[in-house]
Each structure stands twice: as C-alpha cells, then as structure tokens.
Design a protein around this ligand. Structure first.
Ligand code: SAH
Ligand code: SF4
Ligand code: F3S
Length: 446
C-alpha cells in the first residue's frame, strides 16, 4: 500500500516577493508535519508546489512555462500531485485548472494553513481550486523554520489597502492585516535563539503597521525587535513614501541595530503620473523625506522601484523620473515596464504607451542608474565598512561575501572561519552591484 512508502518527497518552487518566500516556508513546515521531506529534484517528488507571482506580465508568464516543463515528469509519474499556490492561483482560481490539465490543485494565499487537507483531497482524486481570503491574518502562531540561518525574514503584515491603480496585490492578497506584536517578537526571538543575527521585517507597506492589541506602530515595533539580545541587525521592506515618517527616521538614526538601508519605491518622478497611479504623495513630499533621512543618517543607502510607460506617460513625465534618479542618487533601483494587470484600474486607462517606447525608456533609465550606482560605489573606495560575512562569494574561490550596514554586497579574500561574524573591510574597488575589499579587522560581533 502507498502508505508503506518510507518517504514522501515535496518540491516547492517559489516566484515573487518575500511574502511568497515566507508562505513557502510555512507550506514546507506544515507539510513536514505530514511526513514530507523537501527535495530539489522535481523528478523524484510526490508533490510539486509552485508558489506564484502575478505582479507583472513577465512573472506570470514564468508560471505557464514552469507548468509546461512538468508535462514529461507527470507522464512518467502519474501519481504526482501538482499544485499552484500564491497570487496567480488567487487571480485565476478555477480557470487555471481548465487552462492547465496536469494541475491537481490551485490554492490562494488565504488557504496556506489548509494545505495538508487540500493535498489529501487532491490525492483522493479531486481537482480543486480554493481561493478564500477569509483566513488571511488568522495565522497567529509564531512559526519557526527548523534552521532559520544567519539572516531571516519575519512577516509583520499581510495584504494591502493602498490600491495603486497599476497593482494587483490588494486583490490577490486581501486587506491589510498587522500581526500581533507579541507574535512577531516571539518569532524573531526564536530565530535569534537558533542563530539568526539579521532580521528583515516584511510587509507591502510596513509603515502602516498598527497592532490594535499592543497599540504599537511600526517605529515602536522596530525598536522592540532591535532590542532582542543577540540580534545584530534589523532591516525592513517595503516603505510607502506617504507613510514613511520622521518618527521612523529617528529610530533608524538612534538605534544601532537598525541598518542604514531603505527601500523607498518612488514609481515615478512626475506628479501627474503619481496622481494617476493613486500613490497619494507628491515628488516634493518624497524628496523632503529623502532629505530628512540623509540629514539624520549620513551613510544611508537608498533603493527604489520605478515604473516606465504608465498609461499617459509623456517624454516630459519620464524626464521627471530621470531627474529624480539623479537628484536622490539611489544605490540601486528596480525598474519595470508597465503592464496591465487583472482587476487593476489602470488596465482600463487610455493612452497606453507603445511597447517600443517603454523599452527605450527602460534602457535609458537603467543606463542612468548603472552610472549612478558606480559613481556612488566609487566614493566608498578607501572607506572602512562593517560587514556581516554570509558565506563564500559566488565567483572567485578564496573570496567571501557579506553585506555592509547600508546593505551593499562586499566581497573580499577571507577564510570560511569568518562566516557569521562581523568584520571590518576596507573597500578597494567599486563595481556596479558590489564592492571589493580587504579584511582590516576580524571581530566577533557583540
Ligand atoms: N508594496 C510595494 C511594491 C510591491 S510590487 C510598494 O508599494 O512599493 C513591486 C513592484 O512592482 C512595485 O513597486 C512596482 O514598481 C512594480 N509593479 C507593480 N505592478 C506593476 C505593473 N502593473 N506594471 C509594472 N510594474 C509593476
Ligand atoms: Fe501594490 Fe501599491 Fe499596495 Fe504596493 S502599496 S502592494 S504597489 S497597491
Ligand atoms: Fe507577486 Fe504576490 Fe508578492 S503578486 S509581488 S508574489 S504579493
């Protein structure tokens, strides 16, 4: 009988943002309790789950090509159960079952907690789509992965209430929900006890965190997390410029464990576009906050997200975005061509920008960013930076890699005994996405 099989193997592939990474960890933990063991090998798996992203057209396409690549494997192993989770699952529901015949199961972010029961039904022969968002936010138990590692993520909120007109997230992730501070803190403490030294707090808009029970807002929660003994570094993402407050800047400046890195998506430098996007801040407000941050934290590194070719974007609007990039001097930026998304309002907007224009603007923007990143990184040559050593560098055999306080990748010749420690590195060379250096002083952290 099949339950004589000693080991059941589970493969999970994750696309999308840290919310999906987090959910995949949760899925793995819940299914481990059911006797599954994780495998990288899709061909050996009894259950394959794909956790999907639909934020733009491109990531959604990746879902269909991944599923296409499973056809052969399913032919070889007809008992294989294939499930799609995440935002495309929520968006498409039943339709996905119709489009992709090899699929057994489709379930959205609100059904993660029910995964074991859903898989059992699929194994019993049902093809099902579960897309209730009702249970989102009810997962209140702290969840500890078995081996959280040096750097861990903790979700502090789910969903989004902002309804930017281009964005699918509020529709596939539901309304904003702040996890109770006690749960967040218990989870973070547990990770630190298991060896985590750096925590990233996650949410679509962490600045609007508000826990009704404890009454803590985000800056207060951040302070409490930073106080956990044994935790060296805390970061957070994403910040919405309309809610990014002077109080938060104060905590970033005051608390040594809070790192000097900030991801502050601007989306556009044009007030006309920001209005059409329903971002609810102006270019001036954005620049005010950036200035305040730079005044209080000298070495802060800023990153951003930018969209080119939003409906109605003119060459002048785009020039405003280029100018913003020059003015702020971002360390890095993620830039995307606008794409229509299901449910999102902008899909119905007129004056769509032609594909060639979008591509051409994207190339110009990326070229500017590359030169700015290099310029900023060159200014760091000769400086001594605190680096948390993470592991071997991908390229170069004797090189190790880590991150500076501002979040920049730093590679330098070093011994594996440095992994997991805080060291001082003098920067010797600037690259676009990283810095090269040499070890000045090994240290053991705190
Ligand atoms: N919550 C975050 C971002 C989440 S989505 C925030 O508010 O900034 C990540 C990024 O994808 C967005 O910042 C945006 O730049 C991009 N994006 C979202 N929808 C998009 C669309 N329809 N077309 C192109 N880019 C999009
Ligand atoms: Fe999407 Fe805007 Fe919410 Fe970010 S804040 S997830 S861009 S709706
Ligand atoms: Fe993508 Fe869903 Fe995250 S759409 S960006 S995986 S919330």
């Amino acid at each position: 009988m099949s339950d004589k099989k000693v080991q059941k193997l589970l493969h999970i592939t994750t696309f999308g943002c840290q919310m999906n990474d987090y959910d995949s960890g949760r899925l793995a933990a819940l299914l481990t309790r059911e006797g599954y063991t994780l495998t990288r090998d899709k061909e050996a798996a009894d259950l394959i789950l794909l956790n999907t992203c639909s934020v733009r057209e491109k990531p959604e396409h990746k879902v269909y090509s991944f599923l296409g690549s499973l056809k052969e494997i399913k032919k070889e192993n007809p008992n294989l159960i294939v499930g799609v989770a995440g935002c495309v699952a929520q968006q498409e529901g039943e339709k996905l079952l119709k489009k992709v015949p090899l699929l057994n199961l489709v379930f959205g972010p609100g059904e993660v907690e029910n995964v074991a029961a859903l898989v059992k039904r699929a194994q019993a022969g049902e093809r099902l789509a579960a897309t209730s968002l009702g249970a989102l936010g009810r997962q209140i138990e702290p969840e500890l992965p078995p081996d959280p590692g040096l750097k861990s993520q903790v979700t502090i909120m789910q969903g989004c209430n902002n309804f930017c007109t281009y964005c699918v997230v509020p529709y596939v992730r539901g309304r904003e929900y702040s996890r109770p501070a006690e749960t967040v803190l218990a989870e973070a403490r547990g990770m630190v006890e298991k060896g985590t030294r750096e925590i990233m707090l996650l949410g679509q808009n962490v600045n609007s965190y508000n826990d009704a029970e404890s009454g803590l807002n985000f800056p207060q929660l951040l302070r409490r997390v930073a106080e956990i003994p044994g935790l060296w570094r805390v970061r957070f993402t994403t910040s919405h410029p309309k809610d990014f407050s002077p109080e938060l800047i104060e905590v970033m400046a005051e608390v040594p464990q809070v790192m000097e890195s900030l991801h502050l998506p601007a989306q556009s430098g044009s007030n006309r576009m920001l209005k059409a996007m329903n971002r609810r801040y102006t270019r001036e407000h954005y620049l005010d906050r950036v200035e305040l941050l730079k005044k209080n934290i000298k070495i802060a590194a800023l990153g951003t997200d930018l969209i080119v070719g939003f409906p109605g974007e003119t060459e002048d609007d785009f020039a405003d975005t280029l100018e913003l990039v020059r003015q702020v001097r971002y360390d890095y930026s993620y830039s995307f061509k606008y794409s229509d998304r299901p449910f999102a309002k902008a899909a119905d907007f007129e004056d769509k920008v032609p594909e060639e224009v979008k591509s051409e603007r994207l190339a110009r923007l990326q070229e500017l960013q590359t030169s700015k990143s290099l310029e900023l990184h060159r200014e760091l040559v000769g400086r001594k930076l605190e680096v948390l050593v993470e592991g071997p560098a991908k390229r170069g055999e004797a090189l190790v890699t880590g991150r500076s306080r501002a979040g920049r990748a730093v590679n330098f010749p070093g011994h594996p005994s440095l992994f997991g420690t805080l060291v001082t590195v003098e920067i010797t060379e600037a690259r676009i996405n990283s810095l090269m250096g040499r070890l000045v002083k090994p240290a053991q952290g705190e």
